[in-house]
Design a protein around this ligand. Sequence first.
Ligand code: GDP
Ligand code: ZN
Length: 305
Amino acid sequence: MASAIVLSASGGVYDVELEDGTVTEASLRGRLKLQQRTGDRVVAGDIVGVESQSDGSLTIESVESRTSQLARRAPGRGRNAKVMVANIDRVIIVFAAREPQPNRRLLDRFLVLVEANRLDPLIVLNKIDQADDDFADTFLAPYEAVGYETLRTSVTAAVGVDALRAKMCNARSVVTGPSGVGKSSLLNSVQPGLGLRIGEVSASVNKGQHTTVSSRLIPLECGGYVADTPGLRELGLWGIQPEELPDCFPEFTDLIGTCRFARSCSHTHEPGCAVRSAVDSGAIDRERFASYLTLREEAEGAPQY
Ligand code: GDP
Ligand code: ZN
């Protein structure tokens, strides 16, 4: 059996890339089809075993267990997570220094989704030609203090693009962020035409031409893949439960056990809360904590199934 990676999966048709780089269509073996119905779907990024049939067609015979996945959780009773893409190494979150102005609440929301999926984020601040260094440093400092990796880029001034390319080669990345921050421009600088290929799907999503657009992986010339995951742009909380939220803020991790009510502390109002003391002393960034409170309220208010 040969090994292949699934580039896209939609409507029962699977585009797979074989180890020699050939891209071809494959279909699912009956047993795997059954698993699809129970919710355990084969998605872009899955590593599969394929076999050629006598009629020349290719079938997917097995699926390797995933090292990671990006999934929307459906809470409660036997409902499965909707996996958008599998085996991702890194989520690249792009914001602009200006036009549009970066929004920390929104960045924290992206980071929570990444943390909830136990993936590694890379925060890119693009258009740094539009702002002075102080602005970029001030904006990124709280994230660097938490230990997040950051990159300052400018497409127009050709700053940081080589560094971004180096991060993307030989890795499987998801690129996300608000519109207008320069995602397509950055991808085009990493590899000519790449931003366009990703843009095509986004444009059709905006026009409402497809109701459910699944993810695609695009092979990079330098090795590695970039995933287009249209669903990532709908920034709900993805079924993240209120009590999971503190674990999505790495700067809380060491403190959670020392709150008076330990893991049952919501860090919103309880006495003896180590997280809120850390906010008061300046050890935890006030804006990050404000994002936590906003997201907590949202998660508490979300319908529980
Ligand atoms: P996307 O919606 O995130 O894909 O953003 P685009 O790549 O379409 O870029 C939005 C606008 O920002 C375009 O007009 C780009 O030319 C511009 N842009 C992208 N990167 C930079 C940059 O580094 N500096 C400046 N000044 N403009 C940029
Ligand atoms: Zn607490």
